[in-house]
Design a protein around this ligand. Structure first.
Ligand code: NDP
Length: 411
């Protein structure tokens, strides 16, 4: 497969390196990004450590004509979009114009509104069908691997799944007072918005991080997790049969929440332009400039991520709860590809999805697909080989009702 990776940040670097570690599948690799220096650093690492040559280019993927020109030059079989959600539609347009398959790890979000939704990308269904090309949406960890855990459970473990709780813990320590594990702008936009979950066919809104639960995470132990809205809920509530409720939980330390709330209270997470000394600036973009780049956290990062899906449903008429999860160690991923575990757990599923397409193990035909619509079994085998082994166990019960409200929202 000839692959073009767009975005040489924390997660994109992992995709480039892991593709290079599978030379029998990825015969040609090209990495393009806004700052070509990041592409050069990856090119050098890949040459020095793996002896593989990859191509690189500077690219502004907001500019469709520029991306079309690069695709026409490289002629990739697949474009893996590892830039930011803002670029999704522009890159999909370039893929349409050049009739090239597309994959990403995060759904489109307009830059001037902190609202991510699949509707913009699902609207490409007919265009992709007519062009005879395939788009695979959300092939990172969450969304991505978590959707595939649900699809695997639907296919192999349950007759009907009634409740899903996606539980995401990063119990790592990067030694910084405040930093985000993926792009700071995208991360803060996600965490500061209202929460939402899906129950009995409708969306229920919550205040930002209103509900909290202590969850026992494998290999990590009990941590406080907060209910927030995450994009995979939107596709899973359509694609998992019999579903009655789906929620998403993420752990945050007290220090993270304290910093985030102060930044929010003073207006530093605002996404609208403000006039500063006669110049328009967007506070969250300025904040991103000040915060550490997620890729820079890798060195010295200790601890583990522990992420998975707790699912309750019926098998042969009996109620069961199953937990499928992965645990990933920051120090080990740093040793392997000089990246922290959040970037690694994002990049490895994307590479695995590309392997599925290259081998024809995912062959859905033309159109736009979320990953849970594709066969989970070969993916689950391959992703374990690529560095994300998964585990499955039975639990007595699911997570149960929402009980603990954060102090500031207590009635
Ligand atoms: P980074 O900020 O580290 O990387 C983003 C990269 O995209 C940067 O190198 C940036 O360039 C580049 N970029 C930004 N705008 C453009 C543009 N217009 N044209 C070309 N390149 C551009 O973020 P991450 O690597 O942490 O995240 C990358 C993506 O992965 C995001 O969409 C994020 O939402 C997604 N993600 C998905 C997860 C999942 O599990 N599904 C988990 C974590 C992340 P520059 O260096 O010049 O700024």
């Amino acid at each position: 497969m000839n692959v073009l990776i767009i975005g040489a940040g924390a997660a994109g670097s992992v995709v480039a390196k892991k593709c290079a570690m599978n030379p029998s599948i990825f015969e040609k690799i090209h990495l393009a990004s806004r700052s070509v220096g990041k592409c050069e650093a990856n090119q050098k690492w890949i040459k020095d450590k793996l002896g593989i040559d990859i191509g690189i280019s500077a690219l502004d993927a907001d500019n469709v004509a520029e991306t079309v020109a690069l695709i026409n030059k490289i002629k990739p079989d697949l474009v893996i979009n590892m830039a930011l959600p803002y670029q999704d539609l522009a890159i999909m347009d370039a893929c349409l114009e050049t009739k090239t398959n597309y994959m990403d790890t995060a759904n489109y979000e307009p830059i001037d509104e902190a609202k991510f939704e699949y509707k913009w990308q699902w609207a490409y269904q007919d265009k992709f069908k007519n062009a005879g090309i395939t788009a695979v949406l959300g092939c990172g960890f969450d969304p991505g691997q978590t959707n595939i855990y649900c699809a695997y459970a639907q296919k192999n473990l349950f007759d009907e799944i009634h409740e899903i709780d996606i539980v995401d813990c990063n119990a790592g320590d990067h030694g910084k007072a405040f930093a985000t594990n993926f792009n700071p702008e995208i991360n803060l936009r996600e965490v500061t918005q209202a929460g939402k979950y899906w129950e009995n066919g409708r969306w229920v809104e919550t205040h930002p991080l209103e509900f909290r639960k202590m969850i026992n995470f494998p290999q990590v132990g009990e941590k406080a997790a907060y209910l927030l809205y995450h994009e995979e809920l939107e596709s899973l509530c359509r694609n998992i049969k019999g579903l009655k409720r789906i929620r998403f939980w993420m752990t945050f330390g007290d220090e993270y929440i304290k910093h985030m709330e102060v930044l929010q209270n003073v207006g530093m997470t605002r996404i609208d332009p403000v006039l500063h000394n006669g110049v328009e600036i967007v506070p969250i973009q300025f904040l991103k400039t000040l915060l550490p780049e997620p890729s820079s956290l890798a060195e010295g990062y200790t601890g583990k991520t522990s992420i998975g899906c707790i699912m309750t449903g019926l098998k042969n008429g009996e109620k069961q709860t199953r937990f499928i999860y992965n645990v990933c160690d920051h120090a080990k991923t740093h040793e392997e590809v000089a990246a922290q575990a959040v970037s690694y757990t994002t990049g490895v599923p994307a590479v695995t999805g590309a392997i599925m397409l290259a081998k024809g193990l995912w062959n859905p035909g033309p159109g736009v697909f979320n990953v849970e619509q594709l066969d989970p079994d070969p993916f689950m085998d391959e992703v374990a080989k690529q560095g994300l082994p998964w585990h499955e166990k039975s639990l007595e019960n699911g997570l149960g009702e929402l009980t603990e409200r954060r102090q500031k929202y207590a009635a």
